[in-house]
Write a protein that binds this ligand. Sequence first.
Ligand code: FVH
Length: 292
Amino acid sequence: NDNTSEKSRLTLLGLGAMGTALARAWLAAGHPLTVWNRTSSRAEPLAAEGATVAVTVAEAVTASDLVVICLLDDASVGEALADADLTGKDLVNLTTGTPAQARARAEWAERRGARFLDGGIMAVPPMIGAPESGGYVFYSGSRALFDARHSALAIPAGTVYVGEDPGFAALHDVALLSAMTGMFAGISHAFALIRKEDIAPKDFAPLLVDWLTAMAPSAYEIAGHLESGDYTRGVVSNLAMMVEGNSTLLRTAEEQGVSAELLTPFTALMERRLAGGHGDEGTTGVIDLLTR
Ligand code: FVH
């Protein structure tokens, strides 16, 4: 239990871009750290910074009760830890994976006598160890592990615990990344529209950022609709009006010589919902079309 000691020892498996950033954060905070990486040369700079370098996974796992894993994918976690004795260990897996992979990995770890916590990192390496960056990690799985190891886990980035279900951290991570993907699609289309005109991208960018920032709170309205079941509550711009507006978006794309392929999947769903007689709603009903 590291609540009794500010500087508990931990082991980190994986020294890629993210693993190296995590290692540096723990070393800078004074945590005794044992590291292992498949390609051992990646550990050399960290040895010079005070880390103990383990030659084998077994040696690394034996060195600490808290073992953090940050490898490429779930398959590499299974491969690296195939023969390790995990009895009594606290295993924290920061490797990105799907919710199903996290749940299976939790069962796998528990069968081998370890407590398990899965993490989804909402940060890129330069945000690690920099609290002002706003980076954080979603955690799910053993609450007892999370509480016992919180002081060490909170060093590299903020922590947000989202439940005992070990798949929830990955699910939150992927849901936010999926929303980001949609935002990148919108940004790409907007720049494509203005690209051939006498509009400087650097002048357009702040307008885009301000608009997206102003629109982002629509997520709260959608959450209210999903909670209440009333998809019309508080709707200012209804679906009938938006579908009408979509024809202008699509026509403008055509006039500008821009493919509408990033827009049409969503506009088609809006049209289907409207055709079902839901013109007085916002866009929340699209979620029903996706999930039923
Ligand atoms: N970097 C980022 O921006 C993102 C931010 C959000 C979270 N991700 C996830 O973090 C995991 C690690 O990412 P990374 O950036 O450290 O990735 P790489 O720099 O590519 O390093 C990969 C490490 O995995 C080791 N590795 C790969 N396969 C195996 C294997 N079969 N057995 C053991 N180790 C393996 C690799 O070792 P080596 O190539 O140096 O020998 C690196 O240590 C990842 O899930 C991201 O999605 C990062």
